[in-house]
Design a protein around this ligand. Structure first.
Ligand SMILES: CC(C)(COP(=O)(O)OP(=O)(O)OC[C@H]1O[C@@H](n2cnc3c(N)ncnc32)[C@H](O)[C@@H]1OP(=O)(O)O)[C@@H](O)C(=O)NCCC(=O)NCCS
Length: 220
């Protein structure tokens, strides 16, 4: 439980340029306090001290605004920035080097039993306000954009944004399921094209009328 102490603090320095000193980090980073409380609660939970574990978890929530169910499994160097409003469900599994911002929910859809919360891979960033709901995996090195609502498996090295969440980047390449902005229809240009066609038609009609006809010349 305590072997993580130093690496938890180092994770703050790696992810937050605003962190100044170890003293400040230890005493003022609520994400860190929530993680430490969770490590105690989780150890009690694994030894079947369920109620005591829940009491610690709820006390930590009261102090930090971060609710981590004691049953959740978290890896090394988790960094929770700001933290307020973060909820991590009972059957969540988090890999190493995960970054979570405020307002993130790692929860269930309410339709599943047993394992009902997501599994988050290594080095995943989950932006503020994002909701990841269901018992699927978010692959390693993936980014979940702020306010995304993710309801399906996310492959490794992907960026997911929007509601419902869609993959917009994979392995550094943009994914082609978005609108191609260069091919968007332009109604004004379309209207000018139609007008041009009509003008050309009218011109040729006029030319025909101007041609000399038997019995007179219309040009006169
Ligand atoms: C998703 C994120 C991690 C960037 O990942 P990335 O792989 O570098 O993705 P990009 O910045 O190249 O963006 C890819 C596309 O998604 C769009 N996008 C990025 N974040 C988005 C979001 N949160 N919602 C909607 N669209 C988003 C971009 O505009 C871009 O669109 P385009 O291809 O049409 O130009 C980042 O935008 C984000 O949301 N980070 C969270 C940060 C946060 O919560 N900070 C709180 C600090 S208090």
């Amino acid at each position: 439980m305590f072997r993580h102490f130093h690496s938890d603090i180092n994770a703050v320095f790696e992810n937050d340029p605003a962190a100044r000193s170890r003293f400040e980090v230890v005493f003022t980073y609520s994400g860190l306090h929530a993680i430490w409380a969770h490590r105690i609660a989780h150890s009690l939970y694994r030894n079947k001290w369920y109620t005591v574990a829940r009491i610690i978890s709820q006390f930590s929530r009261f102090m930090t605004g971060i609710e981590i169910h004691p049953g959740a499994t978290i890896g090394s160097r988790l960094f929770i920035d700001h933290g307020m409003g973060v909820v991590i469900g009972e059957t969540c599994e988090l890999g190493d080097d995960v970054v979570i911002y405020q307002g993130v929910t790692l929860g269930g859809t309410g339709k599943e039993k047993g394992k009902r919360h997501p599994t988050i891979g290594n080095s995943v960033v989950i932006g503020s306000g994002a909701k990841v709901l269901g018992s699927f995996k978010v692959g390693d090195n993936s980014n979940i954009g702020s306010n995304a609502v993710v309801l399906r498996e996310v492959p490794d090295n992907s960026t997911v944004v929007g509601n419902p969440g869609r993959i917009v980047k994979r392995n550094g390449e943009r994914v082609g399921d978005r609108l191609d902005h260069k091919q968007l229809p332009d109604p004004v240009i379309e209207m000018f094209r139609e007008m041009q066609k009509e003008i050309d038609g009218l011109k040729s009609e006029l030319e025909k009328l101007r041609e000399p006809v038997a019995g007179g010349d219309l040009r006169k």
